[in-house]
Design a binder for this molecule. Structure first.
Ligand code: COA
Length: 462
């Protein structure tokens, strides 16, 4: 570049006695020299939208005196609503930087000054009308002459700046991959236009002011006027059972969990249940499949107490004497998990009565803290609504849960390869794999299966 300047300057250097010295002057002072003649523009943080008044600078990409190209990153800023990257509108030289990382800056304040002349541009393309100044180290001027170089780009440069009049911003904001100037965004907001539906004609698909004006100039019929997404949303605070679910399920997701599913044939159990159900119905007791499952789980926990333990992620496993079997209940207010206390002491009739009581209270939103607390193991019988296989999540500090799918009639082979219509249900166990291994879970599952497939055992052991 310097070489070209010197070359272009030969006609003037020819007049200089000390040519060698003059070339040194040209080299050493070219920067000062050109900078004196280019406009310096204060580059301001303009309206980012969303009502944001101030932002914090997360990252700065600027250094004083660095060259900056159009669309090059200036800084990354964030507010409580958005995080955006501010990019330059101009090619130029950064003069002063007025912010640093961590600063809180308000909309409208100057980020830096940009000298819009392009030092790296081909000098043959720059119109330079300048006075050669003497080098700073000289006492008296050696050269004092007005020089004109022929340039073409300066006019284009000004035209380029004109393209972005002052009421538009000197910066570009891009977030959510949508590139548009804040001015364009403001017009969009004022006219309720979804910018995502516009095709930008600017560099990299940027939506220019002309694009949005052209869109707005269309007859309304040809325009699609969407409603802003946030206006179409309804906000609701998480509350009640949902609030508990947010906390426990988030915590649960951190547990390394082992999953295991199996199929249980409940044909014989259903025959038994139906035969007793009518008898108990006279007493107002509803005998469902769940009551048998609760008993089968409790009897199996006697042999595998680790699945009834409490573990809070430290170094102690607490084995619990009571089998307080929680049952997930679907209510109008959401999911709640009351527990049937001390199931080892209850028979199936009592369990059925307790399920009924808890279900009724849950429906009325009247469960006590005692009802919902102290669970040691959970059953989620989603199959009473729908579903074949479920992936349940452990309720910490409990260490195991079972999800039960819908009982279905399916063809199954017997021991002599004969096909029969059978009632089968899928059970899916989830266990805290930090303290329970797969073998233990599988053996426990087998025992529950044995109880449910041979319901007489429930009577014998229960
Ligand atoms: N598959 C098919 N039928 C089932 C079944 C299953 N998995 N579980 C129960 N049933 C049957 C019952 O045996 C009963 O049959 P019947 O009418 O012949 O007597 C019938 O479905 C109705 O039972 P229900 O009133 O639901 O009682 P229940 O004791 O089985 O279940 C609740 C009680 C409270 C657990 C249940 O109503 C519920 O809320 N389930 C949803 C649990 C849930 O949402 N889990 C997901 C948590 S993320």
């Amino acid at each position: 570049m310097i070489a070209k300047i010197i070359f272009s300057s030969f006609h003037f250097i020819g007049h200089v006695k000390n040519v060698k010295y003059a070339s040194r002057i040209l080299k050493s002072d070219f920067r000062t020299w050109t900078s004196l003649h280019y406009p310096v523009i204060p580059f301001k943080l303009s309206d980012i939208g969303e009502g944001i008044k101030e932002v914090t600078v997360k990252r700065s990409f600027l250094k004083p005196h660095q060259k900056l190209s159009q669309f090059e990153d200036v800084c990354e800023v964030e507010s409580d609503k958005a995080s955006v990257t501010i990019t330059s509108r101009f090619d130029g030289l950064v003069k002063n930087v007025y912010f640093k990382e961590g600063d809180v800056i308000t909309v409208g304040s100057t980020l830096c000054d940009i000298e819009t002349g392009n030092e790296s541009a081909d000098p043959g393309n720059i119109i330079v009308e300048k006075e050669l100044l003497m080098p700073a180290h000289e006492n008296k001027p050696i050269i004092e002459e007005k020089t004109k170089f022929t340039h073409t780009e300066r006019n284009q440069e000004s035209a380029h700046i004109q393209k972005y009049p002052s009421e538009q911003t000197a910066e570009e904001v891009h977030s959510d991959k949508l590139l548009a100037t804040p001015a364009v965004r403001r017009i969009a907001r004022e006219n309720n236009v979804n910018l995502h539906l516009l095709k930008g004609t600017g560099r990299g698909g940027r939506i220019m002011k002309e694009d949005i004006l052209a869109y707005l100039n269309q007859p309304p019929k040809e325009r699609f006027t969407p409603v802003f997404a946030e206006e179409a949303e309804i906000s609701e605070l998480v509350s009640g059972y949902q609030k508990v679910m947010v906390r426990t399920m988030t915590e649960s997701n951190r547990i390394p969990t082992l999953g295991l599913s199996d199929e249980i044939d409940v044909t014989d159990l259903e025959i038994l249940r139906k035969s007793i159900k009518t008898v108990l119905a006279v007493e107002g007791i509803k005998l469902s499949f769940l009551a048998f499952l609760v008993k089968a789980v409790s009897l199996s926990l006697v042999k595998y107490p680790i699945l009834n333990a409490k573990f809070e992620g430290h170094d102690t496993i607490k084995y619990q004497n009571s089998h307080n079997i929680g049952i997930a209940v679907d209510t109008e207010s959401g999911l709640v998990v009351p527990s049937i206390k001390d199931v080892t002491r209850l028979n199936i009739r009592q369990i059925a009565k307790e399920i009924q009581r808890l279900q009724k209270l849950a429906d009325q939103n009247k469960l006590s803290i005692a009802d919902t607390a102290y669970g040691t193991f959970t059953i989620s019988n989603i199959g009473s609504i729908a579903g074949t296989v479920v992936k349940p999540l452990i309720l910490p500090p409990q260490v195991a849960i079972v999800g039960v799918g819908r009982i279905r009639s399916l063809p199954r082979y017997d021991a002599t390869d004969q096909i029969h219509k059978r009632l089968v249900v899928n059970v899916s166990w989830a266990a805290d794999h930090r303290i329970i291994d797969g073998g233990t879970t599988a053996r426990f599952s087998n025992l529950v299966k044995q109880y449910l497939e041979n319901p007489g055992l429930l009577i014998v052991d229960g």
